[in-house]
Design a protein around this ligand. Structure first.
Ligand code: GAL
Length: 372
């Protein structure tokens, strides 16, 4: 009996030692040694961007590659053509080539778990860029904008343009609105949506804002891969089924590419003339085509997110990780990816409409000539 007890105790000690050993290895893996900070600057950094179909990602990639070069690194910039399998293959290739760090703007935030396990095994740190990577421990930092604020700016803009000051169940005014959301596989989508709903929902309750299609749930309003053509089709459909004799007064759009699709559908349905003006249409990214559309009086608003600043932030974070310093973060509570709260640095978005497009020129984002 005594021997048996002793054996059990010995096993427990051994098990505890093993667990402690594993934990300390784990901690070490997440701490300095995983990042190989002793190497300092130099080597290649992999940048995996989602698509070239939107100007912003082209600019994001280019800005980061340039800034990495300035900081003393080589950059391997790849675009996934909005296909998850391409992005996974590109990341696998970067890992095989022994790149020192990966900056990833995910196409599908939940589809990278397996490949990022490989990155972790190869001691390659990962920065999640703009879109949070979900469901994995193996993401170290997140650089983005305050995504909920983006939605709030869009929602508030609609309220202001329609002259809605406070929710009032007795008010006579009724405005019609339709709602669009981003790609269902992009974690940002729900932040944009929630931010906008925070502003708009009280007015659905009072009846001051009416969604004639009744499609008020996010999953009814999403737009796979943020595709403008898909949004255009949905808008065609919404208009033909719900707006025979009534006009739509506002459309919540989370992104400029979607806004362009929505505006095309509206124009095909006869909107966009003096007698039949376009509704309020929001957007995001201050893409050139949309800013021009704003100047021309078609799209009403966009949200400016200075991608140069985001690129700079991501490069600074990466450089800090690679040289064994602590990256600057300003949010350690909100970005839970299902496995961990990812320490984040969030930049501020700014609402832009016809009145302040000059800001984009002043900031050097576009030239005056480009906006003509
Ligand atoms: C989101 C991003 C937006 C917009 C959209 C479509 O993840 O935060 O700014 O670019 O993708 O590309």
């Amino acid at each position: 009996m005594r021997t048996r007890r002793r054996r059990v105790a010995a096993c427990a000690v051994l098990a505890a030692a093993l667990v402690a050993g594993l934990t300390s290895c784990g901690q070490e893996a997440r701490g300095g040694s995983r990042y190989q900070p002793d190497k300092g600057k130099g080597g290649t950094v992999g940048i995996a961007m989602p698509t070239k179909s939107s100007e912003r990602w082209i600019a994001d990639g280019k800005n980061m590659a340039e800034q990495f070069r300035k900081a003393g690194y080589k950059a391997d910039l790849q675009y996934g053509d909005d296909k998850v399998e391409n992005q996974v293959a590109q990341l696998e290739n970067m890992i095989t080539k022994g790149h020192r760090l990966l900056v990833v703007a995910a196409i599908d935030g939940s589809a990278l778990t397996h490949v990022l396990t490989r990155a972790a095994e190869a001691h390659i740190p990962v920065i999640s860029y703009d879109r949070l990577i979900l469901g994995t421990e193996n993401v170290d930092y997140y650089a983005s904008f305050d995504n909920e604020r983006v939605g709030e700016l869009q929602g508030q803009y609609i309220l202001d343009r329609l002259g809605l000051k406070k929710p009032d169940a007795d008010a006579d005014e009724r405005h019609t609105i339709e709602l669009f959301a981003g790609s269902p596989d992009d974690n940002n989508t729900k932040y944009f949506w929630n931010g906008a709903m925070k502003k708009l929902k009280p007015y659905f309750k009072t009846g001051q804002l009416v969604v004639r299609s009744k499609q008020t749930k996010m999953n009814q309003a999403t737009t796979l891969r943020w595709d403008g053509g898909t949004a255009q089709k949905r808008m065609d459909d919404l208009l033909s089924k719900n707006y025979g004799s009534t006009d739509v007064d506002a459309v919540l759009s989370p992104y400029d590419g979607i806004s362009i699709g929505i505006i095309s559908a509206l124009k095909s349905a006869g909107y966009g003339t003096k007698r039949h003006p376009l509704p309020v249409v929001t957007g995001q990214d201050a893409e050139l085509a949309s800013v021009k559309s704003i100047v021309a009086g078609e799209q009403t608003q966009t949200v400016f997110k200075d991608t140069r600043k985001l690129a700079k932030q991501a490069v600074q974070m990466s450089d800090a990780v690679l040289t064994g310093k602590k990256p600057e973060v300003n949010n350690t509570t909100d970005y839970d990816n299902g496995k961990k709260i990812v320490p984040a640095y969030l930049l501020k978005p700014v609402s832009v409409d016809k009145k302040n497009t000059q800001l984009l020129v002043d900031e050097g984002y576009f030239t005056k000539e480009q906006l003509r």
